[in-house]
Ligand binder design. Structure first.
Ligand code: NAI
Ligand code: MG
Length: 505
């Protein structure tokens, strides 16, 4: 009973926040109505109910937000870096005080389970903001011993107005991964939220306004072409940072090319998770499940969605993984006991189902578990999808090559290490990779040879604050989450050479 009441209270509080933030953007330090009067509904994918509405911003709203950021830039960029860091740290404290409520909003609009995903995401958000707050004093250049008669040094300066375009899968964490470095480095920012999940980001941004000067961090909502495009193209925007799909990453690069504006892209993945014959299966079995991010319905760019199992342990690992996966509790995302929530939208659900159906139609393929909607009538209303493992599919099939972005892992057996390596690298993506083995030499060889930006041995953790994260190949351009990434991607270098001249007589 207590649990039911707790869930109901969580839902009521999230609904209230969603109602209050409906039809609002955040410009010049406060929530306000958009200039345009169009909006779209924000749905709770666990029951398909509408929880709020978000403005469908176009050019004029982009213009207003960019102007606000542009006006705020001169004074914000002159705030000493340590003081900017202190403000971001203070903003993190304020979010922390309301983290439960923010996580409930996040869970309500995304269908991510409160306990396993939404609430931990708030902690990772705080870590991210605090990381950048703490390294604010490290925004420094170099002195170069170039010529004894000259002082040669470099500085790092903010770029100006940054545009951030984010997706729906971990929106609050990704907000922090962009706002933290951009603001600490002295830039101002306009963020376009994802149409599926605009509210929790707006709620956290509103909290941050208590300490940030007006216009430093602005948030608008809208569709990609109508809102994201004019934002990226805006002449006053001097940097675009994007997380999302590979096709859109390419399009955005095209938008900014004419103005030679730097762009950071965190795109998709189709990452190999390799279990060797000598692996410690007590680690590797939960590692395969965790790697696939089933507790966020596989909606993670890092997901280990191609599981390579050595043939000698294939049957044993499959049996143990299937057993574990089937024990995962699907249910009301806001219920603290739920481990797995829902797919974000009907569109994504249909996309995931279409890939599974494609696999079912391929010869020799076996659905090892899952495959569609769960049978349990308690979870038939929302966009629930049973965690799915597909066996016997070819690495060169579409199912094995495309990012499905749902709870669907492909399992491939291998005998020969070199042949496995060739397959592991035979995708357009290069984001994450992992290997489970007790053989250090093999592990190091794998790390050398695998084409991925984020490689792990005997673990498959999520990216986090302080760990350099970013992809190779079509998985993106640039790194995030560290001091070095802040300096590299959110500042511009300037070289100064001061010649001694002739001393005065
Ligand atoms: P998307 O890449 O279309 O959307 C991400 C963000 O980009 C959203 O804010 C969207 O409004 C914006 N956007 C879309 N088109 C744009 C344009 N022309 N100009 C400027 N901004 C634009 O991703 P979507 O449609 O939500 O998901 C489709 C697939 O993308 C997923 O199935 C998954 O494979 C991949 N994806 C990957 C993510 C990652 O973290 N790597 C996150 C979200 C999606
Ligand atoms: Mg899209």
């Amino acid at each position: 009973m207590e649990r039911l009441e707790e869930t109901a209270a969580r839902r009521a509080s999230a609904r209230e926040v969603a109602r209050r933030l409906s039809h609002r953007v955040l410009v010049s330090g406060s929530l306000c109505a958009a200039l345009g009067d169009e909006s779209f509904a924000v749905e709770n994918p666990a029951d398909m109910g509408v929880v709020g509405h978000a403005p469908r911003c176009r050019g004029p709203d982009v213009e207003r937000a960019v102007k606000a950021a542009h006006q705020a830039f001169p004074s914000w960029s002159k705030v000493p870096a340590l003081a900017r860091g202190r403000l971001i740290a203070r903003a993190a404290d304020l979010i922390e005080a309301q983290a439960d409520a923010m996580a409930a909003v996040l869970s309500l609009e995304t269908g991510n389970a409160y306990s396993t995903q939404a609430r931990p995401e708030l902690n990772q958000t705080l870590d991210m903001l605090r990381l950048f707050a703490g390294v604010a004093g490290e925004l420094k250049g170099h002195t170069v011993p170039w010529n004894p008669d000259a002082l040669h040094y470099t500085t790092r300066e903010p770029l100006g107005v940054v545009a951030a375009i984010i997706p729906w899968n971990a929106p609050v964490y990704l907000m922090a991964a962009k706002v933290g470095p951009a603001l600490v480095a002295g830039n101002t920012l306009v963020m376009k939220t994802a149409e599926q999940a605009p509210l929790a980001v707006l709620a956290c941004a509103e909290i941050m306004q208590e300490v940030l000067p007006p216009g430093v961090f602005n948030v608008i909502s809208g569709y990609g072409e109508e809102c994201g495009k004019p934002l990226a193209e805006h002449p006053l925007v001097r940097k675009v940072t994007f997380t999302g799909s590979c096709p859109v990453g390419k399009i955005i690069t095209g938008y900014v090319a004419p103005k030679l504006c730097p762009v950071t892209l965190e795109l998709g993945g189709k990452s190999p998770n390799v279990v060797m014959a000598d692996a410690d299966l007590a680690l590797a079995v939960p590692g395969v499940v965790q790697g696939m991010r089933f507790t966020r319905q596989g909606q993670s760019c890092t997901a280990g969605s191609r599981v390579f199992l050595h043939e000698s342990i294939y049957d044993e690992v499959i049996a143990a993984v299937v057993e574990r996966v089937q024990r995962l509790r699907l249910g009301d995302p806001l219920d603290a006991q739920t481990e797995v929530g829902t797919i974000i939208s009907q569109e994504q659900f249909d996309r995931v189902q279409s890939y599974v159906d494609m696999a079912k139609a391929a010869p020799g393929v076996r659905i090892l578990c899952g495959g569609g909607r769960p049978a349990d009538p308690a979870v038939r209303k929302g966009l629930f999808f049973s965690p799915t493992l597909i066996g016997g599919i070819a690495n060169d099939s579409k199912v094995c090559q495309d990012e499905i972005f749902g709870p669907v892992a492909n399992v491939l057996a291998f005998r020969d290490f070199d042949a496995m390596m060739a397959q592991a690298n035979d995708v357009e993506y290069g984001l994450a990779a992992a290997i489970w083995t007790r053989d250090l030499s093999r592990a190091m060889e794998f790390a050398d040879r695998v084409q991925a930006g984020f490689v792990q041995v005997n673990q498959y953790d999520a990216p986090k604050a302080g760990v350099s994260y970013g992809g190779l190949k079509m998985s993106g351009v640039g790194k995030e989450c560290t001091l070095e990434s802040m300096i590299e991607h959110f500042t511009a270098g300037k070289t100064v050479i001061i010649n001694r001249g002739t001393p005065a007589a």
